[in-house]
Design a protein around this ligand. Structure first.
Ligand code: CO
Ligand code: CO
Length: 309
């Protein structure tokens, strides 16, 4: 086993031969949007992205379904599964099975198996002092989903968030791997940007400095937060990690909160040699990963802590 439970990695990695290791992950959840087809796409994207976060190539997947068969039309389930299947096709992944149970609430996701060369696994640890930190998608999907549930969200903003949540990190991961000099990588999901950033440096001898002004955030998220659309998970994430965070006065309070917003199918967050960061960002922008940005650096002077300025 190359990695398992101990460091909150995105997937388990098990070496089979000198050339091949398995990458295994499982993710499923309740709907974050109303449209069943879109929900299926989002859930599948979210699950597949954990393989990309390890630098792996997803190969096969199995559906995990909970469905209220007595109260909900089967057509809803068909649409959810169709959304998932379309994302698997886009990822070049074969659906090989699955399991469904009756439940009060619909839940959907995937168990994904991928492959990787055992020497090329990207762990969430390994960031080196002086590295640049890159985030590839904007933050705020948790806030937008919360406003959407309350029937209060600008359709244009919802569309942007949905399009981000249904974008596989496939191309991002391929560009990152081809560019090289990546020292640590994860994807941003339920624990929020700072939650996953903390996992990267826990019990390590490095710290992070995050430039709040450089972090991509969906336009309109600030207004939704000020109106009160803040997911409960944001506060749970913040309470859990705030002791590891040092906020400078230059970072506005609302941005610190967004940095804890639980994300669905968020972007990759990785550490790369500083000299290589700008050229990779330019490649990503050219390839349509428009929001990718250098958001901070790895430092040696505050191990295990994150300064947000
Ligand atoms: Co992950
Ligand atoms: Co996961």
């Amino acid at each position: 086993m190359l990695t398992g439970f101990e460091h909150a990695e995105d997937a388990g990695v098990y070496k089979i031969t000198e050339d091949i290791a398995l990458v295994q992950t499982l993710d499923f959840f309740t709907p974050t949007v109303d449209d069943p087809y879109t929900f299926g796409q989002i859930a599948a994207t979210n699950a597949l992205n954990d393989v990309y976060a390890m630098g792996g190539k997803p190969v096969t997947a199995m559906n995990i379904v909970c469905f209220p068969i007595k109260t909900m039309d089967m057509a809803v389930l068909r649409e959810v599964l169709r959304g998932g299947l379309d994302k698997m096709r886009e990822a070049g992944v074969l659906l090989v099975g699955g399991h469904s149970v009756e439940d009060n609430e619909i839940k959907y996701g995937l168990s994904v198996t991928g492959v990787i060369h055992p020497d090329k696994v990207l762990f969430n640890r390994g960031a080196k002092p002086g590295d640049s930190l890159i985030l590839t998608k904007p933050l705020g999907t948790g806030v937008v989903s919360t406003a959407l549930k309350a029937g209060y969200a600008d359709p244009q903003l919802v569309q942007k968030a949905v399009s981000s949540m249904t974008t596989l990190n496939k191309k991002t991961s391929e560009l990152m791997i081809a560019h090289g000099n990546i020292h640590a990588c994860t994807d941003i999901t339920g624990f929020g940007f700072l939650g996953h950033a903390c996992e990267m440096i826990e019990d390590s001898n490095v710290g992070l400095k995050i430039n709040s002004a450089a972090v991509p955030i969906f336009a309109g998220v600030r207004k939704l937060m000020e109106t009160g659309y803040v997911p409960g998970g944001l506060y749970r994430n913040k309470n859990y990690r705030i002791s590891q965070i040092e906020k400078a006065d230059t970072c506005p309070a609302w941005i610190l909160d967004v940095l804890f917003d639980p994300q669905t199918a968020g972007g990759l967050f990785f550490s790369i040699s500083a000299a290589e960061a700008q050229s990779l960002i330019e490649k990503m922008h050219r390839d349509g990963i428009a929001d990718a940005a250098i958001v901070g650096e790895v430092v040696s002077d505050n191990p295990g802590k994150i300064v947000v300025y």
